[in-house]
Design a protein around this ligand. Structure first.
Ligand code: MLT
Length: 229
């Protein structure tokens, strides 16, 4: 499989698969919300845009500076998803949802995190070319996204790097066994802890808790469940 890793958002055109990664916390939260039976999770760029959906009965999730914006129902937390069952959800976050606007063309777009790692690997194996789009942090590389991208790459058969970032991430991830310990080194993990949201970091480090794949449609992310080879 040919793998390209964008360590920060950049314009993407591919006939293959794009995998969005924002471990802390957007893709972990999107995956968790769908696992807890949200009908769909619609990513939007701005708070103003999100608020318009409130009138249509959507639940609003998201963050700015780590905390829920005024008028939102829930934060961007994978621990806050119990109430989403049976609801349509709108999500707006600082980096994760915005990264999607860089995708100019793709056959399929999915969201990935440690929580659905094996399901994503199984699904992705049918594509020859895979772009891993890391959300990063305001234009900077985020350790947790880069690390996860390397872990994903390691799980793909016949790994071939399409850029040097893919080679470096692959090599970096190879030497790390303890996922949670690694996440705690990340700048954003420390920032979340300072906000009293450290439990989110521990949850985002768990592997294969939810065997579902959020797949992007015109309405937002919807779940593909129980995906097999
Ligand atoms: C983001 O999109 O920047 C993040 O998911 C931020 C966060 O949840 O704290």
């Amino acid at each position: 499989m040919k793998i390209y890793i964008a360590p920060v958002p950049r314009p993407i055109k591919t006939e293959g698969l794009v995998i969005l990664v924002d471990i802390l916390r957007a893709t972990s939260t999107i995956t968790s919300a769908l696992a807890h039976e949200a009908i769909l999770v619609k990513p939007v760029d701005t708070i103003e845009e999100a608020l318009l959906f409130k009138e249509q009965g959507y639940l609003l999730m998201g963050e700015r500076n780590g905390l829920p914006p005024e008028g939102f129902d829930l934060g961007n937390s994978p621990r806050e998803v119990r109430s989403v069952k049976g609801h349509k959800v709108v999500i707006s976050t600082t980096n994760g949802t915005r990264a999607l606007s860089f995708i100019q063309r793709a056959k399929v777009v999915i969201a990935a995190c440690f929580l659905n790692l094996s399901a994503v690997v199984t699904f992705a194996k049918r594509f020859e070319e895979v772009f891993i789009l890391c959300a990063g942090s305001e234009g900077e590389v985020a350790l947790e996204d880069f690390f996860f991208a390397g872990k994903l790459a390691q799980n793909f058969p016949g790994f071939q790097a399409l850029n040097d970032t893919a080679l470096i991430a692959y090599d970096y991830a190879r030497h790390i066994e303890n996922i949670e310990k690694n996440l705690w080194q990340a700048h954003h993990a420390k920032a979340l802890k300072a906000l009293g949201l450290g439990d989110d970091v521990s949850l985002c480090a768990r592997v294969d808790l939810y065997p579902i794949i959020p797949i992007l449609t015109n309405d937002g992310f919807v779940p593909l469940r129980g995906h097999s080879e």
